[in-house]
Write a protein that binds this ligand. Sequence first.
Ligand SMILES: NC(=O)C1=CN([C@@H]2O[C@H](COP(=O)(O)OP(=O)(O)OC[C@H]3O[C@@H](n4cnc5c(N)ncnc54)[C@H](OP(=O)(O)O)[C@@H]3O)[C@@H](O)[C@H]2O)C=CC1
Ligand SMILES: O=C([O-])CC(=O)C(=O)O
Length: 267
Amino acid sequence: MALRFALIGCGAIGTALLELVKDDAGLIAAAIVVPAGSEADAHTVAARVAHGAQVLSAVPADGIDLVVEAAGHTAIEQHVLPALQRGVPAIVASVGALSAPGLPEQLEAAAREGGTQVQLIAGAIGAIDALAAARVGGLETVRYTGRKPPRAWKGTPAEEGRDLDALGAETVIFEGTARDAACLFPKNANVAATVSLAGLGLDRTTVRLIADPAVTENVHEVEAAGAFGRFELTMRNQPLAANPKTSALTVYSAVRALRGRVAPLAI
Ligand SMILES: NC(=O)C1=CN([C@@H]2O[C@H](COP(=O)(O)OP(=O)(O)OC[C@H]3O[C@@H](n4cnc5c(N)ncnc54)[C@H](OP(=O)(O)O)[C@@H]3O)[C@@H](O)[C@H]2O)C=CC1
Ligand SMILES: O=C([O-])CC(=O)C(=O)O
C-alpha cells in the first residue's frame, strides 16, 4: 500500500519535493499544510504536481502515515509535535529549531508518547553519518563554516550595520556557537545545528558564517577531529532558484528520506 504523507510548507523545498516524487508509485501527497491565508499558491502547486492533495492549515487527524516538514522553525511546535503525539512519524528539515532550549526533549517525549520517531535529515550537508559514528569513539573538535553569496543573507541580522550589496570582500557575519547561529539565522544555519547534533552538541560546536561576494554557491565546510582520526569536508551546493538561501541538496535529502520509507532496500 502506498505511503500517504502530509507536506508541511510549500515553498522552495516543498514545491521541488512534490515535483520529484509526483510519479513515485509508493508515495501519495495526501495533504499540503500552509499558514492560513497562503492556500492559493499551494492550490496552484497541487494542481500541477500533487493532484488529490488537500490544502489545509493543520495536519489532518486521520489518514496520514508520515509528515514531512519543510516549512521553518515555527512548524515544529505547531505541526510536528502534535503529529508525533498522535503516533505519526516525522521527517524534519528545520533542524535549527532544536536550538530552542527544551525542544529536543519535547520532540523526544512526543515521539515516545506516540510510539513513533522523528528523523532529522542531513539536508544541505554531508558526512553526518561519519560524524555521528565518530562521536561514538569520542570527538575533540568540530568546526563548521557556512559561506554564501551576500544576497543569501538578506533579511537576516547580517544586514545590521552593513550594506550586503556593497560588500567588496568576504565578511564574517557571525562567530560563535551552533546554538546561537541556528537561533539568529533560522533560514541559513540549520546545517550548523545538524552538524552539532550529530557531533559535539549545540554549545561545543564552533561556527563561522560568511557573506562572500566571490562565491555563487552555498559553501559548507566541516572540520572534525577525534579518536577516529580527522576529516575535512567541503560542499559547494547550488542554491535553489526559488530561494537563494536554500541549497538544492536539501530537497534531494528530503526526497531520499521520503523514498527510504518505502524502498525495499535503503541506502
Ligand atoms: N536542513 C537544511 O539543510 C535546511 C533546512 N531548511 C529549512 O527549510 C525551511 C524551508 O525552506 P524553503 O522551502 O527554502 O523556504 P521557503 O520560504 O521557500 O518556504 C517556506 C514555506 O513554508 C511555509 N511555512 C512557514 N511557516 C509555516 C508553518 N508554521 N506552517 C506551515 N507552513 C509554513 C511558508 O508559507 P508562507 O509563504 O505563507 O510563509 C512557505 O510555503 C527553512 O526555513 C529552513 O528552516 C532550509 C535549507 C536547508
Ligand atoms: O541550504 C543551505 O545551503 C543551508 C541552509 O540554508 C541552512 O543550513 O539553513
